[in-house]
Write a protein that binds this ligand. Structure first.
Ligand code: FES
Length: 352
């Protein structure tokens, strides 16, 4: 519908007399200001029912945003973080990540879409030409900005359209809750859990490759064997957390080559068990040099001497690798004689 088809009494009062004032370039002024094209009134300006429809659309978008935020919180609380789903065409992904991303995306999109629709259909449609001016902010300009702001607030009709105002305030107030909910992941505090591992007196040393308990005769001189505590299985819910502390390196040395007295006491027939977790920043150690009895961390080349209490002989690690005291049980299997006596892994805390 064009302004020519609208009865005169329905048209809003003209506020800009520059509309349609097209000047023509001539020889004297080849760059004449062409002015603004004739103004087309929107349907919402002349039809109260159309304005109401737009108002309801904006309110609906803000309401959907609120529901999506509530959906975000519900997903965070109810969706298991280890559940995965198939989403075409992306493939398999975490159900929680998908739900959180989708609901937060919808919540933010609906606020934006609601604000844009509000501005395009219901806010003042007056087109204003703003003359260029120096980049300064004299007092008159500041006063004008404040006056314009007040006028904009008045023209947005935020006081009159209470439905929009209330739903918008609700949507904008609820969205930050999404961020607040995520703060829950900062806890709980680890307490003393980092000081203890799954090892305890009598736990068998289980070969991580074969999943069989180790006997002394299974460990050859010069070999490197990785072990885990009996009862810790890969399908356990806390397997990753526990193995990150309990992973063990088993090496057999000639007893006469062991220089450290305590290391010799805590070994069995030259078999020594050390934490596999580097004391620098926690990489798993996996390189063993038979001739020198050195183990090397591949991350930053910290080197430990297994024949001398696993002390650091090179690299940034600040502490020797913790040793696990081992023995042999009545059935001839290697067993732990207790937990590590010091925290394993990175030395960023002071060891007690
Ligand atoms: S993590 Fe081992 S040297 Fe850095």
């Amino acid at each position: 519908m064009s302004s020519q088809d609208i009865p005169e009494e329905n048209l809003p009062a003209e506020q800009d007399h520059a509309h349609g004032a097209v000047k023509v370039a001539d020889e004297e002024n080849p760059f004449a200001d062409p002015g603004l094209p004739p103004h087309e009134h929107r349907i919402q300006d002349i039809d109260e029912r159309a304005a109401k429809r737009s108002e309801r659309t904006v309110a609906l978008l803000f309401t959907v945003s609120m529901l999506a935020t509530i959906g975000f919180i519900a997903s965070y609380v109810t969706v298991p973080d280890d559940k995965s789903i198939f989403v075409f065409p992306i493939g398999h992904l975490s159900a929680m990540n998908f739900a959180l991303g989708l609901t937060l995306g919808v919540a933010l999109f609906c606020i934006g879409a609601g604000a844009v629709h509000w501005a395009r259909t219901l806010m003042s449609d007056v087109e204003i030409a703003d003359e260029r001016h120096p980049i300064e902010a004299p007092a008159e300009v500041r006063e004008k900005v404040i006056a314009d702001f007040k006028q904009g607030a008045k023209e947005s009709a935020i006081g009159r359209r209470k439905l929009i105002r209330n739903t918008m305030l609700g949507a904008v107030a609820l969205v930050p809750l999404s961020g607040v909910m995520l703060l829950r992941d900062l806890g709980p505090l680890p307490g003393t859990s980092l000081r203890h591992t799954a090892w305890s007196k009598g736990k068998l040393l289980v070969n991580m490759n074969t999943n069989e308990p180790l006997r002394p005769e299974d460990v050859a001189v010069g070999s490197l064997t990785f072990a885990k505590p009996e009862g810790l299985e890969e399908h356990d819910e806390n397997f990753q957390t526990e193995i990150a502390k309990a992973a063990l390196m088993i090496v057999r040395l000639q007893p006469e080559n062991i220089k450290d007295k305590r290391e010799l006491e805590w070994s069995h027939e030259g078999i020594v068990a050390y934490s596999k977790i580097c004391t620098h920043v926690g990489c798993p150690i996996s390189l063993y040099e038979q001739q020198t009895h050195h183990v090397l961390c591949p991350c930053h080349q910290s080197t430990f001497d297994l024949s001398d209490g696993a002390r650091v002989i090179f690299g940034p690690a600040g502490h020797a690798l913790p040793q696990l005291r081992i023995g042999v049980n009545d059935e001839g299997y290697l067993e732990a004689l207790g937990d590590f006596e010091e925290p394993v892994g990175p030395a960023f805390w002071e060891r007690g």
